[in-house]
Write a protein of this length. Sequence first.
Length: 77
Amino acid sequence: MQVSPKVFGIIMSSAVGLSMSFFLSFFMLVVGVGFVEGFLLLWLRSFVTAFVVSVPVALVAIPMTEKVVLRMFKVSE
């Protein structure tokens, strides 16, 4: 499927936000409270909150980070 660079950036940021939120919310909850009663509901609430925050952050952070890294390093072909 062909998409514009702008749409690709949104898709990529959403995918990064989704995967990071999924794993980090799980492990941070395990470390913070352990496997307590109602863990699944706590984790789902934590995941949704993290996802809502992480996607906008990723939309800003990924392009900015890419620009900084590309200024510091030359990519060989």
